[in-house]
Design a protein around this ligand. Sequence first.
Ligand SMILES: [Zn+2]
Length: 89
Amino acid sequence: MQQKRQPQRMCTGCGQMKDKRELIRVVRSPEGALAIDKKGKLPGRGAYLCPNADCLKKAVKTKRLERNLETPVSDEIMEALKKEIEAVD
Ligand SMILES: [Zn+2]
């Protein structure tokens, strides 16, 4: 029996490893701008989040999100992330 090998990434909120495609990717471009990477193709430093509000809250509260991205997370990106999570739910 062969197991499927999907690339796994760790959620910045809960710390669980999940299939990359199930996670939301936030990316910091080489210019330092943050964006939500819906296709997983943008270049830059990325952080991953489960599409749920608890993980987002945890990632922000522990400052793991901004630490992973090495840049503060703006309100604009927070709002965009919340919308993204709502869209998935
Ligand atoms: Zn999570």
